[in-house]
Design a protein around this ligand. Sequence first.
Ligand SMILES: Nc1ncnc2c1ncn2[C@@H]1O[C@H](COP(=O)(O)OP(=O)(O)OP(=O)(O)O)[C@@H](O)[C@H]1O
Ligand SMILES: [Mg+2]
Length: 496
Amino acid sequence: MAVASAPQVLLSINDVSKAFPGVKALDHVTLEVRPGRVHGIVGENGAGKSTLMKILSGVYEKDSGEIVFEGNVIDKVTPVQSMKMGLSIIYQELNLVNTMTVGENIFLGRFSESGGRAGVHAKARALLDSIGSKVNTHRQVSELSVSDKQMVEIAKALSFDSKLIIMDEPSSSLTADEMTKLIQIIHDLKNKGIAIIYISHKLDEIFGFCDVVTVMRDGHVIATRDVSSITRNEMIAMMVGRTIENEFPPRPEAAGETILEIRSIKTRKLRDVKLTLRKGEILGLVGLVGSGRTELVRALFGADKVAAKSIYLDGRPVNINSPIDAIKLGLAMVPEDRKLQGLLLGFSVEQNISLAVLARLTEYGFIKDKEEAAVCERQIKALNVKTPSGKTKIRTLSGGNQQKAILGRWLEMSPRVLVLDEPTKGIDVGAKYEIYLLMKKIVEGGGSIILISSELPEVLHMSNRVNTICDGRINGEFDPSTASADEIMAKAFEFA
Ligand SMILES: Nc1ncnc2c1ncn2[C@@H]1O[C@H](COP(=O)(O)OP(=O)(O)OP(=O)(O)O)[C@@H](O)[C@H]1O
Ligand SMILES: [Mg+2]
């Protein structure tokens, strides 16, 4: 006989606390997760979301409190034990072994029980197929895009017979297509009675497919509600502790004379790309993954070999053969994959911020400590980076706060041209607003910005002009004050 009452509790977290040096990451957190439910968790950068999940998965040990999973009190577990118990986690910072193949990663440490080499690859193939991923199981993980790595992580979680799957900001590196697949996967898992904890800064996702949502702030649970009983504004207010009238500041005024002109860039992928950027302008660049947007930026900065390249700065031709040349000319870029290309994880927040201005801070080969600290202090304040101090290792900051720190590095350089590749990925609603204000400040100070973003509302609200890039060429130009999101997407999807 079917029972109509609410499903029983799968996981209960009672009064759990955790402190790190200088930070109370979790303060008496209580939470219940039920099978067959998608449980969203939202909260500002540094609220404690990832820490809570890492306690569940055995990466950190709680200081106090109780965790009960399937009726058993879980005191100390290792990450492997927690997976075998049926609790899988896909980490925000991804956790694959770069030097191994896809198949080896999915069945890491389980080769013999998985039928050896051949068995591992066959099983990995089946798992990836089940989530619609075509990535070759024999490829080395270091060669994969961020989104492919994400799919490998999901396949790995599925390979354990998990009862609870935790996804820590999975969507921040997925394409629209992959996201559609992920939602389907989540739906299937849910129907099998599996519980999902879904952490995200994208409120559309919380309202789109979560059943329950918990809002965290400063290590506390503010509230847990059925998604159907809460509005977007209520949720934002709970997250940031105040009401936000508008998610975007007014669009900055544009724009002066042409500062940067790409007369031509040709590579194997790019087909004679031309682009102009004016002084004080924010130019939005919209394209799908694979459209050539990353190649364009890499070619501009001299990071990759090009077949032909003609660039003018202030009306004069310039040679940019390496990123160092670009920096010397006042061009800066915040890359999308910040962990790989941007952050020095073993170094302090201070050192990471001052990297771009080292030349200015160096005297006879020594870094002027006081100035480094002052520069860092200023950016930590400006961006509201949550860190105990500038000396703290950047590795220990929350994901979003690492992003803000690296943004601070380039802002400190006050570049003439700043390329921002997905600048608000993983950043909370309140901090996004701060970043928009900073962008405004840069252009009002005479700098120019190329904004690459898959967040269309962000592009529409912040840019003065939008170019679409598709199949290796710029194929459209729009005035974002009049164009619709649909028009722009249609152009970005149009294949030649
Ligand atoms: N290993 C660590 N050592 C020291 N402090 C840490 C460590 N891990 C996390 N913290 C601190 O604990 C707090 C909570 O961080 P956590 O990563 O849980 O935030 P989050 O809610 O996941 O944020 P985000 O949305 O930015 O990912 C932060 O202040 C962070 O700096
Ligand atoms: Mg986090």
